[in-house]
Design a protein around this ligand. Sequence first.
Ligand SMILES: *[C@@H]1O[C@H](CO)[C@@H](O)[C@H](O)[C@H]1NC(C)=O
Ligand SMILES: *[C@@H]1O[C@H](CO)[C@@H](O)[C@H](O)[C@H]1NC(C)=O
Ligand SMILES: *[C@@H]1O[C@H](CO)[C@@H](O)[C@H](O)[C@H]1NC(C)=O
Ligand SMILES: *[C@@H]1O[C@H](CO)[C@@H](O)[C@H](O)[C@H]1NC(C)=O
Ligand SMILES: *[C@@H]1O[C@H](CO)[C@@H](O)[C@H](O)[C@H]1NC(C)=O
Length: 232
Amino acid sequence: MEPRGRRDENWRTFFSERAPTWLVLALLLSVCYVQGLEMNTGKIPFVQAVNGSTVLLPCTYASCIGIKNLYFKWEFKDNGTMRLVCDAVIRAEGVEPHPKIYKDRVEFVGSSKQNNVSILLWNVTFEDAGEYICFGKNPKEKGKNHSATFTLIVVDELRVVDNTLTIIIASSVGGLIALLMAFMLLKNFTLFILAKIEEKNKECLVSSSGIDNTENGLSGSKVTPKSTPKKA
Ligand SMILES: *[C@@H]1O[C@H](CO)[C@@H](O)[C@H](O)[C@H]1NC(C)=O
Ligand SMILES: *[C@@H]1O[C@H](CO)[C@@H](O)[C@H](O)[C@H]1NC(C)=O
Ligand SMILES: *[C@@H]1O[C@H](CO)[C@@H](O)[C@H](O)[C@H]1NC(C)=O
Ligand SMILES: *[C@@H]1O[C@H](CO)[C@@H](O)[C@H](O)[C@H]1NC(C)=O
Ligand SMILES: *[C@@H]1O[C@H](CO)[C@@H](O)[C@H](O)[C@H]1NC(C)=O
């Protein structure tokens, strides 16, 4: 713990003393750190889709040094083996590619004007679930490979029933809490009434057995709300 803190301190002075140098370096880095190509499948690289629906498999690219004859492809990891889904070459920035499609129900919806190489997968089946790899290679970078993965999870409509079940559970729990609160309010109210009666009884100087009787009578008539859970 201690040595770490000291090291942090050292770093801090190191940075502050050379602040102008670091600033320039950081600026340079932020500008050209993405010098190479970068494939991006979004901040949330997975989607859950109901079978039969249509999903977008998003992918964009970025390159600081620009692109020329950028080769991209989508691959599907089918039970461990890679299957080509779609591929094309983007000749230059802003030139639309003419992708070849190798998988059923796939449509290319990207546009090189938006650095977008997304695809649509129509009428999703359970066999479509798995990892989709968006791959890019910019010859300007001497054959360096770049890729990003997007995962497709296929569920059937039963999940919706699961949701209603949780809603039922949540509402019944809420109902139970409301019932409990009502019960406690009722209890406090009866206690208050009892205290009032006791007060009055004391005022009237009634014997203690009389108090017992009223108490018994009241608690006997008190209704204890019991929840009877409905069975589906
Ligand atoms: C999704 O799968 C379920 C179970 O296999 C099936 O009953 C349902 O018809 C399917 N839905 C669509 C839209 O294909
Ligand atoms: C997937 O792989 C498993 C084991 O490697 C194999 O038993 C199964 O038949 C494969 N399924 C398909 C659809 O290829
Ligand atoms: C998707 O399913 C609908 C209805 O079954 C069908 O009309 C449509 O042609 C299918 N689309 C593709 C791309 O297979
Ligand atoms: C890529 O293009 C598709 C289809 O036009 C669009 O739905 C998607 O939002 C685009 N993605 C980005 C990151 O621009
Ligand atoms: C880059 O990708 C190509 C095509 O998928 C492959 O043949 C090659 O081995 C990969 N190179 C590296 C360094 O991963």
